[in-house]
Design a protein around this ligand. Structure first.
Ligand code: ZN
Length: 277
């Protein structure tokens, strides 16, 4: 089956708070005919604006997926947005942004999917070749592992494990397609532990973080008054993240991803390996 490159039908404008700086961010998505996913920092001088989506441009992967250009100018927390682009098969897009991070919205990716579906998606002339996994590829670092196995489709099996009184281990598996994503994955919100908040804020991180855009886990439950969207929302969010992190390749994947205690750093290492096949 021939897969076509895709873009959006018309421009989308969106405004929302960024997680780390807590500032209002204006986002403009513009249809593109070729050239992949390109971010443009509209708050910078014209020569420093462009940041291309590519594995070699990823940096500082402790708390999110971030990319930078040769001038060191970056965009932070792109993984939820990329996750939405991945399930919508969008390969070509110009993303104008007037700050250095994506809006966090509710901490999930569903609103990005909704915004794009509202305007629609168009096929471009050019074909896109999927990454077809022919033999197992893996990356391990201490207790974190990601493996991709040959598989006729795109499937993710994910396991998380924490030494915590409330959040222990969770395991989940889904075929990755738009229908399943909207129902089971895209709504899962990002999370952190209550004891991390002081550290984050004292390092000028998560300044825009509230119970409206993240789940905060305490000793015996969550601080969010509305509770969880799924009992295993945490592992589902990690699935959302890895779908976004692998979108850095900007090619569809044919394979079965098995991730154990994975994260942005190890996912980026996997992308570097995938780039070689
Ligand atoms: Zn996330």
């Amino acid at each position: 089956m021939i897969l076509k490159r895709k873009t959006i039908k018309s421009e989308i404008i969106y405004e929302g708070i960024g997680l780390h700086k807590g500032e209002n961010i204006k986002l403009k998505l513009i249809p593109s005919t070729f050239g992949g996913i390109v971010f443009k920092r509209m708050d910078l001088p014209i020569e420093k604006r462009i940041i291309n989506l590519a594995p070699e441009n990823c940096f500082d992967l402790m708390r999110g997926t971030n990319i930078k250009n040769e001038y060191g100018e970056g965009i932070y927390t792109i993984e939820h947005f990329l996750s939405a682009l991945a399930v919508l098969d969008i390969t070509d897009l110009i993303v104008e942004i007037d700050g250095n991070e994506l809006p966090i919205i509710d901490g999930s990716a569903l609103e990005f999917v909704n915004l794009i579906e509202k305007v629609g998606i168009v096929d471009l002339e050019e074909e896109i070749l999927p990454i077809v996994i022919k033999e197992p590829i893996f990356v391990s670092k201490e207790e974190s592992h990601v493996v991709i196995l040959p598989y006729d489709g795109y499937k993710i099996t994910y396991g998380i494990k924490f030494e915590h009184t409330f959040l222990k281990s969770q395991m989940q598996e889904f075929e990755v397609n738009l229908e399943t994503y909207k129902k089971e994955i895209g709504r899962a919100r990002t999370f952190c532990f209550d004891y991390e908040i002081e550290y984050l804020k004292s390092n000028n991180l998560a300044l825009g973080g509230t119970l409206e855009n993240a789940i905060v886990i305490e000793k015996n439950g969550v601080l969010n008054p509305e509770g969880l969207r799924f009992e295993d929302e945490f592992v589902r969010h990690k699935m959302l993240d890895i779908i976004g992190d692998l979108k850095v390749m900007n090619r569809p994947i044919k394979g079965h991803v098995i991730a154990i205690k994975a994260g942005h750093f190890i996912n980026a290492e996997l992308c570097k390996k995938l780039k070689k096949i």
